[in-house]
Ligand binder design. Structure first.
Ligand code: ATP
Ligand code: MG
Length: 590
C-alpha cells in the first residue's frame, strides 16, 4: 500500500494513506485549520463555527437538533455564529473574564451548543456536566472548577441547585434555558433567552493563545473519584485531525455522535470535531431507544456514526432484523469508543449494519482519539487498532505497584508482552493537568511517558489489544486475567446479552474469576444455564482463566458514559463500601 512519501500540503482525502506516519507532523495538522484572522492565535470556536459561517457554507446545517418529542431544529453555521456571538456578549456583560469557568447542566438542547462556543469565544472555560447528576456531584464539580456561571433549566435549578446555592461561593450567575418569554425567572436566576435577545449578534473573538485553557472535563469515575482534566484551545488540532484519521469525515457527511457532552466524547466529537469539518452534526435529545435510533440512522441519512459498545450490545440483543429493516444505505463508517468492543460486536456490525464497527481508544486525559481501527487498514475484531499519525505509543513493563522503573527509567516491551499502555506526550489535545491535583497529575508520568492506567498487548502488526484497567485486572494462581477477554467469550454464547467479570478473593488462588451475566430476552436464567456457561467458558478459555462462579443479574451497573462499573460489582459481591457513585447510570445520583 505504501506509495512513497505523501504530500501533506494537500489535505489527504482521507484516511486511505493516513497511516503513513513518517511524513506527518502536528504542524501539518495545524495548517489544516485557519487560526484567528490576523495571526491572533487559535480558538476552537473560530475553527468550528466562524470560519464556515461566511459565503455558501454559512447556509449549511451545522447542527440538526432532534427533540425528545419529535421537534426538529436546523441551525446553520450562520445561525450558530450569531447565537454564539450573543452568548459571548452575555458572558462578558456578566463580568466573565478569560479563564473563568462556565458550567452547563442541561440535556442535549440547542442552548448547550450555543453556550459551549459562546464560552470559548469569550476565552472562558467550558465544563459540561451530565444533566442527571444530583446536587452533590454537581456541587463537587462546581467547587473543584470554581464555576462562576451555571447554565441549566428551571426544574434542575429548583431540584438540585437552589438548595445548595449557599454552599457554592464561587457561583455568581445561574442562567436558565427555559424561562417562558415575558415570565420573570425565579429569584437568583436570569433568563438566558432574554439576555441573548438583548445581546449584539456580532462579536470579534479576542486573541487566543493556543495554550489557554478551554475545557474542563471530569473523567467517568469508573475507577474512583472523578478527576477534572484541563484542555487547551490547541486541542482542536487533534479534534480535526482525528476526525479525518479515525472517523473518516468528508465534506457533505452527516455525522452522529451518540455521546452526551457530560462525557468527553460528547464534547470532543459531539460538539467540536464535526463542525471543524464544516459538516452536519445530528444531536438527539432523547436517551437510547433502539427503534428511535434506527429511525434516526435511516431518516437523517447518517453517513458516519460514532457510538459506544454498550449501545451496540443493546442493539445486538434485539437481533439483526430491526437493522435489516432500516434503510442504512447512507451509512459509510461506524466507530465505537469507551470500553472494549467485543469481537462479537464487530462481526454483528458487518452482518446487521453491513459495516464492521471500528473500535478506537482514548481517554478524557488524551482529549482525542489516539489508537484506532481506521478505514485505511483491516479491522481486527477485538483490537482497539493502531496509533494514529502523530501518536507514539508503547507497552511498558508493569508490576504489582504499577509501571516498573529503575532510576526513573522504564522498560519498553516488545510485541506480544503484556504491560501498561503509555503515550509519548506532545499531541495537541493532551490534558495539561488535573485541576487542583498536581500530585495525581505527576503520578501519570514516568521515564518521559504518559501512563494511561490500562493494560494492553501489542501484536506483530502494531495493533493494540486491551486487557483491562490496571485496577480491574484479576490475578489468579499467578495468571493476569483481563475481564474483557472473559466477558467477550461469554458473549459468544447465544444466551448471553452482556457480562461483567470481577476477581473475587480466594485463599488458594489469590483471586478467582466471577462473572455476572445478563441473558437475552426470553432466555431462562437457571442453574442448568449457569453450569452450561461455566463449561462453555472453560472449553474456550481453559480452567485457569474461565469463571469459577457465575451469577445472573437483570442489568449491569454502567457509568453514564456507558462503561461497566466493575468496581461496583466487586464491592457489592464482597460487601465493601461502594465508593463514589456520582457517575452511575440510572436514577438521579446524589
Ligand atoms: P476514571 O478515570 O475516573 O476511572 P474512566 O477512565 O472510565 O474514569 P474516561 O476517560 O471516560 O474515564 O475513559 C477512558 C477509559 O475508558 C480508558 O482508559 C479505557 O480504560 C476505557 N476505554 C476507552 N476506550 C476504550 C476502548 N476502545 N477499548 C478499551 N477500553 C477503552
Ligand atoms: Mg481513567
Amino acid at each position: 500500500m505504501h506509495k512513497g512519501p505523501r504530500d501533506w500540503r494537500v489535505p489527504p482525502n482521507l484516511a486511505v494513506d493516513a497511516l503513513e506516519h513518517d511524513a506527518f507532523s502536528w504542524d501539518v495538522a495545524r495548517a489544516w485549520l485557519d487560526g484567528l484572522p490576523g495571526g491572533r492565535g487559535l480558538n476552537i470556536a473560530h475553527e468550528a463555527v466562524d470560519r464556515h459561517a461566511d459565503g455558501a457554507s454559512g447556509t449549511r446545517t451545522a447542527i440538526r437538533w432532534l427533540g425528545k418529542h419529535g421537534e426538529r431544529e436546523n441551525l446553520t453555521y450562520e445561525d450558530l455564529r450569531r447565537r454564539t456571538n450573543r452568548m459571548a456578549h452575555v458572558l462578558e456583560d456578566l463580568g466573565i473574564r478569560r479563564g473563568d469557568a462556565v458550567f452547563t447542566l442541561t440535556g442535549r438542547v440547542p442552548e448547550l451548543y450555543a453556550t459551549a462556543f459562546g464560552t470559548l469565544k469569550a476565552g472562558a472555560v467550558l465544563s459540561p456536566l451530565f444533566s442527571a447528576f444530583g446536587p452533590e456531584p454537581v456541587r463537587q464539580r462546581l467547587e473543584i472548577g470554581r464555576g462562576r456561571v451555571l447554565v441549566t433549566g428551571r426544574a434542575a435549578y429548583e431540584r438540585k441547585i437552589a438548595g445548595i446555592r449557599d454552599r457554592l461561593p464561587h457561583l455568581e450567575h445561574v442562567l436558565l434555558t427555559d424561562v417562558p418569554a415575558g415570565a420573570p425567572p425565579p429569584a437568583g436566576t436570569l433568563s438566558l433567552a432574554s439576555l441573548m435577545a438583548d445581546a449584539d449578534d456580532t462579536y470579534v473573538i479576542g486573541p487566543t493563545d493556543p495554550q489557554e485553557p478551554a475545557l474542563l472535563h471530569f473523567t467517568s469515575g469508573t475507577t474512583g473519584t472523578p478527576k477534572g482534566a484541563v484542555h487547551v484551545h490547541e486541542a482542536v488540532v487533534m479534534h480535526h485531525a482525528t476526525g479525518r484519521f479515525a472517523l473518516d469525515l468528508h465534506p457533505g457527511d452527516i455525522f452522529w455522535c451518540t455521546a452526551d457532552p457530560g462525557w468527553v466524547t460528547g464534547t470532543s466529537y459531539g460538539i467540536i470535531t464535526p463542525l471543524t469539518h464544516g459538516i452536519t452534526s445530528i444531536v438527539d435529545e432523547a436517551e437510547f431507544d433502539a427503534d428511535r435510533w434506527y429511525r434516526i440512522l435511516s431518516g437523517e441519512r447518517v453517513s458516519v456514526w460514532y457510538t459506544a459498545p454498550t449501545a451496540v450490545r443493546r442493539l445486538m440483543r434485539l437481533g439483526e432484523e430491526p437493522a435489516r429493516d432500516a434503510d442504512l444505505s447512507a451509512l459509510r463508517f461506524v466507530a465505537s469508543v469507551g470500553e472494549p468492543l467485543n469481537p462479537e460486536a464487530v462481526v454483528w456490525g458487518s452482518d446487521a449494519l453491513g459495516l464492521p464497527v471500528h473500535d478506537n481508544w482514548w481517554q478524557t486525559e488524551t482529549g482525542g482519539i489516539m489508537i484506532a481501527n481506521t478505514i485505511a487498514a483491516d479491522v481486527k475484531p477485538g483490537s482497539m487498532g493502531r496509533p494514529l499519525p502523530g501518536v507514539e505509543a508503547a507497552v511498558l513493563s508493569h508490576g504489582p505497584d504499577g509501571v516498573v522503573t529503575h532510576d526513573g527509567e522504564v522498560e519498553v516491551l516488545p510485541a506480544g508482552h503484556e504491560g501498561e499502555l503509555a503515550l509519548r506526550p506532545g499531541w495537541p489535545s493532551m490534558f495539561r493537568g488535573y485541576l487542583h491535583d498536581d500530585e495525581r497529575y505527576r503520578r501519570c508520568f514516568a521515564g518521559g511517558w504518559y501512563l494511561t492506567g490500562d493494560l494492553v498487548t501489542r501484536d506483530a502488526d502494531g495493533y493494540y489489544w486491551f486487557l483491562g484497567r490496571s485496577d480491574d485486572v484479576i490475578k489468579s494462581s499467578g495468571h493476569l486475567i483481563g475481564p474483557f477477554e472473559v466477558e467477550s467469550t461469554l458473549l459468544e454464547h447465544p444466551a448471553v446479552a452482556e457480562a461483567g467479570v470481577i476477581g473475587k478473593p480466594d485463599p488458594l488462588a489469590g483471586e478467582i474469576v466471577k462473572a455476572f451475566v445478563v441473558v437475552k430476552p426470553r432466555v431462562r436464567a437457571d442453574d442448568a444455564l449457569s453450569r452450561e456457561l461455566i463449561g462453555f467458558g472453560r472449553s474456550r478459555l481453559g480452567a485457569a482463566v474461565a469463571p469459577r462462579e457465575l451469577g445472573f443479574v437483570d442489568d449491569l451497573p454502567h457509568t453514564r458514559s456507558g462503561k461497566i462499573m466493575r468496581r461496583l460489582l466487586r464491592a457489592r459481591e464482597l460487601g465493601l463500601a461502594v465508593g463514589d457513585l456520582s457517575t452511575l447510570e440510572g436514577e438521579e445520583t446524589t
